[in-house]
Design a protein around this ligand. Structure first.
Ligand code: AOF
Ligand code: ZN
Length: 355
């Protein structure tokens, strides 16, 4: 199943609105095939696996799959659960249930009707970690939210004069682009666009096509059309959430962005995340400045923080990544647990989940 998780991980951010699923086939104690959901979401992982094997190879084998096989028919006229039932596979290990109502329990039911031995809930918690964006979408009606900071060793995101170029090194910055490719959406604010003229694309060779949906929070529609992001976008890949009724601003805004008006100021951020869930954004990456980052963390809408911590000490000449949390005691502070870390030369990448 660990190998199936790896397969699924390789498809993270690349399967469109579909979950990234991985599977491996074992026969006589050897892995004889592995597959994952295709770029864009179809064909599904199990179909990819079964279609490359012969009846003889499949006969008597064991399948490990990260998500309950689907029960609804695709363009191929069949479902993965049906394909598996008729394949000759002897037993199946499944990690997570599929919350999609078209499959939820129904995939297992189809398998039960065949003679296949089923082991559901296999490494279920590890599977949940892998499918966290997909599952959060169904359970909480919002994406799984990761906020990214490139910080100095002492936690500053820039100098007070806003100079933030080259805090982290080139390896860190490349991995930051990998995080973009693995996300379904990337969100920033008008302030960050103004300061950095960000394009929000993945610029790793060969992975450009896996750039996520671009999202700007520009409450007052303050950005003019000259920023790079508007030059390289179209309505399909750039959403701007705002909260102004000013018709002139709406009319004059870039035509390359899909403007979404959210009336409710109090729940503005939560409603944005709900809207993104409805668009099937599973994993959302936020790259924003201190003010917005503090606001969304305080609103309890962030699940994890990706720090790129560099080797530079900036001291009190820098801006913090987060503003005051109005704490009275250390016991009220936000706690995190380490999910992953990597060393990039003299930088350290720390992925920490908020607990
Ligand atoms: C699988 N294996 O690799 C994936 C599955 O738009 P469709 O027809 O592809 O359906 C999308 C649904 O299919 C999705 O919500 C989830 O239930 C399932 N995805 N299922 O058996 C796969 N990606
Ligand atoms: Zn399927």
């Amino acid at each position: 199943m660990g190998q199936a998780f790896l397969e699924a991980h390789r498809a993270l951010g690349m399967t469109g609105i579909n979950p990234n699923v991985g599977c491996v086939l074992v026969k006589n104690n050897f892995i004889i095939a592995r597959a994952r959901t295709s770029p864009g979401g179809r064909p599904h992982a199990e179909e990819n696996l079964i279609s490359k094997l012969t009846k003889t190879e499949l006969k008597g084998s064991s399948l490990f799959v990260t998500l309950e096989p689907c029960a609804h028919k695709g363009k191929n006229g069949t479902s993965c659960a049906d394909l598996i039932s008729k394949s000759g596979i002897k037993e199946i290990f499944i990690s997570n249930h599929d919350p999609d109502p078209r499959t939820c329990g129904k995939g297992l039911e189809i398998l039960r009707k065949s003679k296949i031995k089923i082991k559901p809930d296999f490494l279920i918690n590890e599977g949940k970690d892998l499918n966290i964006g997909y599952l959060t979408n169904f359970s909480s009606n919002r994406p799984f939210v990761t906020i990214k900071f490139a910080i100095s060793l002492d936690g500053k995101i820039s100098l007070k004069n806003k100079n933030s170029k080259w805090i982290s090194n080139a390896l860190s910055r490349n991995f930051g682009h990998m995080l973009r490719a693995q996300s379904d959406g990337i969100l920033t604010t008008n302030s960050t666009i103004k300061e950095d003229n960000s394009k929000l694309t993945c610029r790793l060779n060969g992975l450009e096509k896996f750039s996520p949906l671009k999202i700007i929070v520009d409450r007052g529609l303050k950005l003019n059309n000259d920023y790079a992001i508007f030059k390289n976008s179209k309505k399909e890949n750039l959403i701007v959430y705002h909260n102004t009724n000013d018709q002139k601003k709406i009319k004059n805004y870039s035509k390359n962005a899909d403007l979404i008006y959210i009336k409710n100021k109090k729940n503005f951020l939560k409603l944005i995340l709900n809207d993104l869930a409805n668009r099937k954004i599973k994993n959302l990456l936020i790259e924003s400045g201190t003010v917005f980052s503090t606001e969304i963390i305080k609103a309890n809408l962030v699940d994890q923080i990706a720090f790129f911590r560099s080797n530079k000490i900036i001291g009190n000449d820098g801006l913090p990544f987060i503003n005051s949390l109005n704490l009275k005691s250390v016991s009220d502070s936000i706690n995190t647990k380490v999910i992953n870390f990597r060393v990039f030369d003299n930088d350290i990448y720390e992925l920490r989940r908020l607990t």
